[in-house]
Design a protein around this ligand. Structure first.
Ligand code: SF4
Ligand code: SF4
Length: 505
């Protein structure tokens, strides 16, 4: 890499982002240490002033690392961009030793006792006590082997509550951060995407308590958590009809399959079929669009250079950053020809075939390169059809799922025991198991009892809402009776379960 001193303004972005600290600022100009530079192109990509010029790293004094698509050229005694691999006397070595579970056990919270994993009763239907400093409505004990177990159950009103909805689709539904509208009011926002899924976050305390939209947000959380169909609109984006366990309906069309992986992963998985299917294969994807001939997997499978240049900017060879839109693979491309910026006929040849598809294999088109570099539509060849079919068969169906997430407030904990701080500590020490309608909750680390639960497993209809506004969640705490006593539990309110214990117990 080389710095064009005339263009460099000394903003230091390349200094901060270079993963191997190869760039420094001298007299307010970037300077690259060639000994350390591995050619990862981060500086090239972050520079807004086109001051970084591509120049290959010396092949003599470096070794190529093949553990990721960056393919760093690492000099003797130096590290690759990931800072895990080092060139030691011409060999690329992973610096850390593999660890066993025993090596990391001290960092992992202990698993709760088997006897505590299921609540004695669920909170569904037990009711709510108000004010919460009185004992919770359901406090029941049961002997399980040698262990005396108690479950404290309440249908708790929670204003710190929301639902994180996962929609498995690569269809573009709106921009990250866009408001979500339900019954004409803003109830949430489009979240960070997950792998092959769009994420919607609905509710949260500021929306629930923030005026007229609060009731709509509480209703939306409740309806979704109860597995009922809900219609939403993304501002400047899609109309959605969602229901837990069902395919999402996006702009009136039921989504089919979720993608098998990004375009690069799809190229990697199906490379051996793709080389049989066409001379060049391109897999459109809004995240990473793949190109067989330049992808490492394509080269391993025997793909030859084709001179085809896609329109998207390159991440690493054969992997290109896509964009977002209503087209194939969630990109803006509705006509697959538009993916190709140019074809270098010094490399390509007349009759060369190109297959373009997307990460679900749903759409596919095949072309033949003409002597003047233009493309002719041709029918999809049988081996290309087989490759598209293989992608489709590897995809999972698109579904809607959701995690209800909430924080159990101080007053709600007072209904469990007299020293709520002891309850919180016991939860984080795995001495208390938190469940929602009998479904294990994941308690977030740090302070308090903030949790996630998969509403798909909770009996439909178990949630409700109240106009405080808050959503009402069937919450259970299960622990040993001795621990319950130690936290000042309302032991006087404990009832046996079943109401009449079997003889001999
Ligand atoms: S990012 Fe570009 S302009 Fe900024 S210091 Fe680096 S080379 Fe110079
Ligand atoms: S190519 Fe990568 S390693 Fe080399 S200077 Fe730029 S950011 Fe640093």
């Amino acid at each position: 890499m080389n710095i064009n001193i005339e263009k460099c303004v000394g903003c230091s972005w390349c200094v901060k982002d270079c993963p191997v600290d190869a760039v420094t600022l001298e007299n307010k100009k970037a300077k690259i240490n060639d000994e350390l530079c591995v050619g990862c192109r981060v500086c090239f990509r972050v520079c807004r002033y086109e001051a970084v010029e591509m120049e290959p790293v010396s092949l003599d004094r470096t070794v190529e690392c093949d553990h990721c698509p960056i393919k760093c050229r690492i000099g003797q005694g130096h590290l690759g961009a990931c800072r895990r691999y080092e060139n030691q006397d011409g060999e690329i070595i992973r610096l850390d030793q593999p660890l066993t579970f025993d090596d990391v056990r001290e960092y992992v919270a202990p698993a709760p006792k088997a006897e505590l994993r299921e609540p004695v009763i669920t909170a569904i239907g037990v009711g709510t006590t108000y004010p919460d400093c009185r004992p919770a409505p359901g406090i029941v004990r049961q002997k399980r082997g040698d262990v005396e177990v108690v479950t404290v159950a309440t249908e708790v009103p929670l204003s710190y509550s929301s639902v994180l909805v996962k929609i498995d689709t690569d269809v573009h539904i709106g921009n990250q951060g866009a408001p979500i509208i339900y019954d004409g009011r803003e109830v949430g926002m489009l979240e960070t995407e997950q792998y092959g899924s769009k994420m919607l976050h609905i509710g949260g305390v500021n929306r629930l308590t923030g005026g007229a939209a609060g009731f709509a947000a509480a209703r939306a959380i409740t309806e979704i958590s109860n597995h009922r169909p809900v219609k939403l609109r993304i501002k400047d984006g899609a109309r959605l009809e969602i229901q837990i366990g069902q395919p999402p309906v996006i702009n009136g069309e039921a989504a089919g399959n979720m993608r098998v992986g990004c375009g690069s992963a799809t190229t990697g998985i199906f490379a051996s079929m793709f080389v049989e299917a066409a001379d060049e294969v391109m897999v459109l994807d809004s995240h990473i669009t793949g190109q067989l001939s330049r992808h490492v997997a394509g080269q391993v499978a025997g793909a030859k250079p084709t001179g085809v240049e896609p329109i998207f900017p390159m991440s690493t060879p054969g992997r290109y950053f896509g964009d977002h839109g209503p087209g194939w693979g969630g990109t803006s491309i509705t006509d697959p020809r538009a993916l190709i910026k140019s074809i270098d006929m010094n490399v390509a040849w007349t009759g060369m075939t190109i297959l373009i598809t997307e990460t679900t294999g749903q759409n596919g088109a095949m072309f033949e390169v003409q002597s003047d570099g233009s493309l002719k539509d041709i029918p999809i060849a049988p081996k290309a059809q087989a490759a598209l079919e293989a992608i489709r068969e590897t995809c999972e169906p698109s579904l809607v799922s959701a995690m209800y997430t909430a924080g159990s407030g101080g007053s709600a904990r007072a209904g469990v025991c007299r020293y709520p701080i002891k309850l919180t500590r016991a939860v984080h020490q795995s001495k208390v198991v938190v469940t929602v309608g009998g479904v294990p909750a994941y308690v977030m680390p740090g302070g308090g009892i903030s949790f996630f639960v998969d509403v798909g497993q909770v009996k439909p209809g178990s949630f409700s809402w109240t106009p405080t506004p808050a959503t009402i969640c069937p919450l259970e705490y299960t622990m040993e009776v001795k621990d319950y006593e130690a936290m000042g539990g309302h032991v006087e309110a404990m009832k046996p379960f079943p109401a009449k214990e079997p003889k001999g117990e």
